[in-house]
Design a binder for this molecule. Structure first.
Ligand code: PLP
Length: 375
């Protein structure tokens, strides 16, 4: 059996080596490392894939979130509601900009923002909601947009884990995740569903004026060279990364298809085990399985991880400490603040290897290794 990894980027590269090598060589030969034609091409390609008019490339997914918040013209102390059950970047940029992160709880089935909890956290100072489409599953966007619209709030979709996913409005249109809110952001970190070979990120929006502002902010607030209208930052997608992404974007749907097949097989293997809840697939969306995450009941998770490691099966806990319990936010919450579902999930989730190159034998071996420990 091939060695098992959480994500197997070497094997994925082997399948696209010729195209990737040629695309990178073209950048090397042109020496247009910054703002090369690959970057414009990729922005256009992503815009057509997502069916959204404006794509602003940037240096990584954390910058994308920061630029998004900077683009909304908020004042220090304004409140931004985010889940606590997420990667730290989502909430960190809020505090970095001297805004106030306000943590809402998540739904125990989808692991995404619970609209009822969001509603309870709204105050006069609330300006924006940042739903995270965690593990590849869309947040309940209709409910979130309804809340946002009735309180005139902005919505930034953190789509770093769900690029390529769909959201179906009840009885209506299907949208790509990340294209429903005021704006969406994503990351091209190598292990993401659409991963570059280094860092990268992007923002997308339907609002032309906002797009112009975001473009300026990502480029030192420049209107034209050396004329700076806004305080911005320097955040670019490298031409080499864009070249890699131009090769990989046309393969994204096939890659997602493979992830879903792996999830289907895991689901079958774990069906009927009373101590395991397999990932919920909300009928309103297409789950793109950035992670395959089980919920364990009554199991010693540390011992399970040790058992898996002894069989050379990696596993991960995303995320062992929720944002509202992180030291960096000590100033932003009282110790009495409880996010019941978030804390409950934090103790029970475990993510298994999930990538585009997994074969039957590996999936079987991983599932058997989990089951032999729990049975
Ligand atoms: C990966 C990730 C980010 C940050 O992306 P980087 O490119 O690593 O900066 C932000 N939010 C979520 C939910 C992520 O998974």
């Amino acid at each position: 059996m091939k060695p098992i990894q959480m994500v197997d980027l070497q094997q994925q590269y082997a399948g696209i080596k010729d195209q990737v090598d040629a695309a990178i060589r073209e950048v090397l030969e042109s020496a247009a490392f910054i703002n090369g034609k690959q970057v414009t091409e990729f922005s256009r390609n992503l815009s057509s894939y997502l069916d959204i008019p404006h794509v602003i490339p940037c240096a990584n997914g954390t910058d994308a979130l920061q630029i998004a918040l900077m683009g909304l013209d908020l004042d220090p102390g304004d409140e931004v509601i985010t889940p606590s059950f997420t990667f730290i970047a989502t909430t960190e940029v809020v505090a970095l900009l001297r805004l106030k992160p306000v943590f809402a709880d998540v739904d125990p089935k989808t692991f995404c923002l619970d609209p009822a909890s969001v509603e309870k956290k709204i105050t006069k100072k609330t300006r924006a909601i940042v739903p995270v489409h965690l593990y590849g599953q869309s947040s309940p966007m209709k409910e979130i947009m309804d809340i946002a619209n009735s309180h005139s709030l902005h919505v930034i979709e953190d789509n770093a884990q769900a690029i390529g996913g769909d959201y179906h409005f009840p009885g209506g249109k299907t949208w790509k995740t990340g294209t429903i809110g005021t704006l969406g952001t994503t990351s091209f970190f190598p292990s993401k569903n659409l991963g570059a070979y280094g860092d990268g990120g992007a923002l997308f929006t339907r609002d032309g004026n906002l797009a112009e502002r975001l473009r300026m902010i990502a480029n030192h607030g420049q209107v034209k060279r050396y004329y700076h209208e806004l305080v911005g930052c320097n955040s670019r997608l490298d031409s080499i990364q864009a070249a890699v992404l131009n090769v990989k974007l046309p393969l994204l749907d096939r890659y997602i298809g493979r992830r879903i097949k792996v999830a289907d097989e895991y689901d079958r293997a774990f069906a009927n085990h009373p101590g395991i809840t397999t990932p919920y697939r909300a009928p309103y969306s297409k789950h793109v399985f950035h992670q395959y995450t089980l919920l364990l009941e009554g199991a010693d998770r540390n011992k399970l991880q040790e058992h898996l490691a002894s069989k050379k099966v990696p596993s991960m806990i995303y995320y062992p400490v929720p944002a509202h319990r992180q030291q960096m936010f000590a100033a932003f919450h009282s110790d009495r603040e409880k996010l019941e579902t978030t804390e409950w999930l934090t103790e029970r989730v475990i993510s298994l290897p999930m990538h585009t190159e997994m074969d039957q034998e590996q999936i079987r071996f991983i599932a058997d290794s989990v089951l032999e420990f729990l049975n």
